[in-house]
Each structure stands twice: as C-alpha cells, then as structure tokens.
Design a binder for this molecule. Structure first.
Ligand SMILES: Nc1nc2c(ncn2[C@@H]2O[C@H](COP(=O)(O)OP(=O)(O)OP(=O)(O)O)[C@@H](O)[C@H]2O)c(=O)[nH]1
Ligand SMILES: [Mg+2]
Length: 453
C-alpha cells in the first residue's frame, strides 16, 4: 500500500456534475505536468489550460492547480485538474494522464491512498484521516459538525494532552524509582495523586465524548418486534413518514425484514421491521420469523410492540425475546392502537409507552425514549465524531489506568508495575492517532476508504 509511485484518481463522486476533479500526487510532478501542458505551473495558482490527446484534439479545457511539496494535502506534489464533470470525459482525462505519466510510473490510486500518504507525511494523524472519511459519509448536520471538529484536531488534541499527562506521571514514578532511599509512599506524594486523578477524570470525559461520537457516527440499530398484527409495519411507516412497509389486517403480512433509516435530532436511526413472531406451519413465514430472531439478536435496541387489546398474550413472547438478547440491549415496551379507546386506558406498569401508529399519538415521546435508552445525551457543544475503534482504545486505556491505581496503592514495591500499566494505557491512546499502530491495522483502516480519498 505504501508505494512511492505517483498516483492518480478522480476525486469527485461518480456521475454527471458541473465539475469533476482529477487529482495526482507524487514526489515530483513537474515532468508529468510538463508532459500534459508543455509548461511548468506556478504553485497555488489557477491556470486555465487545454488538455489534448495525441492527435492534438482538445479533450477538455480545465483549471489546473499545482501544489508543491510539502504544502499540499498529501505532503507530496499535487496536481489538481478541475475538469467538466462528465464520467466519460473524466475517463478520457484519466487515460491521457496515465499515458503521459507512464514514464514517471503514474498509477491509479488505491482506496484511501491519498489520505494514507497525508498520514505518512505527517499532514494529518490517523483520527483526522478517519474524520475525512466520516465527514464525507456524514448523514446529518450534527455528524458533519462532529467530523469537522475531529478533522480540525479537537479529538486528537485531547488524546495528545492526555498522553502528555500520563508521561508526566511516568516521569514522577521514574524519579521515585531512582531514589528508593526516600521512603515516601508514592501516592502520598500529593503531586502523584493529583495527577492520577486528573488522568482518570480526563479519560472519563473522553470516554463519554467518544460514546456520543460513536452514536452520532454509527447510529442505532433498532428492531421492531412483536406478535403479528400489532402494528410494527404501521409504526415503521409512521417513523419513516412514508409507506415503506405493507400494512394489512392479515396477521403475518410482513415476511422479510424491511429496513429504513431516519434521523432523530441528528442521530442516525436504522429501523428494521420484522415478521410477527408466532408458531407457524407456513414455510415462508417460518423463514421470515427466523430472520426476525436474527435481527433481534443483532439489535442495539428492541422495541417490543403489543396491541393494547391483546396485550395479555404478549408476556411469554417478551420473556422469549429477553432470553435471546444480550443484557446490554435495552427493550422498550410499547402498546399500540390506543386510538381504539376514547380515553387512554390506565396502565398498571409505569414504564410502558402508549402510542397509536395510526394517529401518531405518543410517537414523539417514543422517539425521545429511544434516544434516552441508548444513552444519547443530546446535542453537545464541541461534540466529535468517533468510531468503535476509538472507544475500544479509550476503554482499554481506562482499564490499565484502573490497574495502575491498584498497584500504586500497594506502595512502592509495586511501582514498576504501576509504571508498566501507565505505559500500556499510553499505548492504547496512541493507537487512536496512529502512533504505535501495527501496520496491518493501518492498511485495513485505509482500505475501507473510497478511491480518490
Ligand atoms: N386502530 C389502529 N389500528 C392500527 C394501528 N396500527 C396498526 N393498525 C392496524 O393493525 C393491522 C396490522 O397492522 P400492521 O402494521 O400490518 O401490523 P404488523 O405488526 O406489521 O403485522 P405483521 O406484519 O403481520 O406481523 C392493520 O390493519 C393496521 O391498520 C393503530 O395505531 N390503531
Ligand atoms: Mg408487518
């Protein structure tokens, strides 16, 4: 993946557009530029130029901008060609560039290779490179803002500051180890205790922020589950604001899973409507129900829907669902069809939500409950976008800090173990920004990017 050859790719999305950008990056692009336009270009200036094929015929009139290393996105020389945005035209431009860049070894970029080069040349760190991909994929305004903040380095700066704090603590330990004759207990050293506390507090704040950031990036996978005919598909349609699933009075209408994504307060919510759960001899329906169970097992949150008129039958089914779920997965109990009653009936259990998929009654409250159940803390000043990878690293770091605290409390005999745990915590944090990340993992992360990024 870390080739030294110059690379080329279309940087804009496939399809027709006013403008399409072709980007070339390499150690030295002067020769390629000269071959394309018969001249060298002053860096950072827009040049209106004509690209011609081998017969001298015009391929396109375009704007070319040359960025000299290291002042470019990748840190290498970059030539950006702003062409007209037709897929065929861009194909011709690419082909001509490859032809004229052949002697220089110009090749088509691999997915994520521009960002990888930016990372390897220290233009951005790994969390920032990931933020570029996340910014492009962002599904809501809040996600765009979060990704932009991560890209600007807000998240990385917090990580680096924490790594620095741990370094300071390690320096303190090392100096204590160097002077064993000074028989003060390490944690009695007020500075050490204070520093450890500061590290813990910061780590907690980072973890909370990353958790929110992960929800904002990945969203929540919700499964609508329940007996046939309770109104699961009607609820999906209500939440989606359109008729995505078929609704009929026949029990067993939904056979396959129906998926729809919406967003609530900027949080992406991926909803799966499933086949109603019941014993059946219908082979097709049984297949659908099997898929319902698969979806339930994978859910971040299950909405267990019952019909207010037949709710008494639902108890066993609910127990069965609970037995299939991980204990971490919340279940929201919802009773549908309250519109069948002139006045909303009194419900004995406090935590059950009453709704009507038909009239929309209670659906806004349900949306709020959904966000609450998955721990969404609402829009936050300075929120970032985060990935599970980041959260894993933070949680591992937190485990090591916790262990370190135990060792430190054991007195000076365990101080070396204390220092070791600090070192491990630092390592995990360093993996977020890419320091100390194994190469294979690096390749894996960048290969998930699209070509041209
Ligand atoms: N009065 C009333 N009827 C509803 C409501 N929600 C759904 N229904 C009706 O209940 C019937 C079943 O609705 P669906 O949404 O298909 O139910 P389902 O749970 O998806 O059913 P299956 O796909 O068979 O499992 C339809 O006739 C709906 O019109 C509601 O809030 N009030
Ligand atoms: Mg249905």
């Amino acid at each position: 993946m870390t080739r030294q050859l110059p690379i080329i790719a279309v940087a804009t999305a496939p399809g027709k557009a006013g403008v399409g950008v072709v980007r070339i990056s390499g150690k030295n692009l002067e020769a390629i530029t000269k071959a394309l336009f018969q001249k060298t270009l002053k860096p950072r200036q827009a040049n209106l130029l004509t690209l011609r094929n081998s017969d001298g015929q015009t391929i396109d009139q375009l704007i070319a901008i040359y960025f000299s290393s290291p002042a470019s996105f990748t840190g290498e020389d970059v030539l950006e060609l702003q062409c007209h945005g037709g897929p065929q035209l861009l194909e011709l431009v690419m082909r001509r560039c490859l032809e004229l860049g052949k002697d220089e070894g110009l090749v088509i970029a691999e997915p994520g290779e521009f960002s990888l080069r930016a990372y390897l040349n220290n233009k951005i760190d790994l969390a920032q490179a990931e933020a570029i991909a996340d910014l492009i994929d962002a599904q809501s305004e809040a996600a765009v803002r979060g990704a932009a903040r991560s890209l600007q380095g807000t998240f990385s700066n917090d990580i680096n500051a924490l790594i620095e704090e741990i370094t300071q603590l390690r320096i303190l330990v090392e100096s204590t180890l160097d002077f064993p004759e000074e028989e003060i207990e390490f944690l009695e050293n007020a500075q050490a205790r204070q520093r450890l506390l500061a590290v813990k507090t910061k780590l907690q704040a980072l973890r909370a922020g990353a958790k929110q950031g992960k929800i904002l990036r990945d969203g929540i996978h919700i499964v609508l589950a329940g007996a046939p005919n309770v109104g699961k598909s009607s609820l999906l349609n209500r939440l989606a604001g359109e008729e995505v699933a078929i609704v009929t009075p026949i029990a067993g209408t939904t056979r396959d899973r129906v998926k729809e994504s919406i967003n609530i307060e900027g949080v992406p919510i991926h909803i799966i409507d499933t086949a109603g759960l019941r014993e059946t001899i219908d082979v097709l329906e049984a297949k659908g129900i099997e898929r319902s169970w698969d979806a339930i097992r994978m859910a971040d949150l299950v909405i267990f829907l019952s019909d207010i008129e037949t709710q008494a039958d639902a108890h066993n089914l609910r127990e069965q669902i609970l037995s299939e779920l991980s204990p971490k997965c919340p279940v929201l109990d919802v009773l549908n069809k309250v519109d069948l009653f002139a006045a909303p009936p009194r419900i004995a259990q406090g935590n059950i939500l009453l709704i009507s998929a038909k009239t929309g009654h209670g659906v806004e409250a349900l949306k709020q409950k959904i966000l609450q159940a998955v721990g969404w803390a609402g829009p936050q000043e300075g929120a970032i976008l985060a990935r599970s990878r980041h959260l894993d690293c933070i949680e591992r770091a937190a485990e090591h800090i916790e262990k370190s605290e135990e060792f430190a409390a054991n007195g000076n005999s365990s101080l070396e173990l204390f220092a070791e745990e600090l070192f491990l915590a630092q390592n995990h944090l360093g993996q977020i920004t890419g320091k100390l990340l194994p190469d294979d993992l690096l390749g894996k992360i960048f290969s998930q990017f699209c070509i041209g990024k």
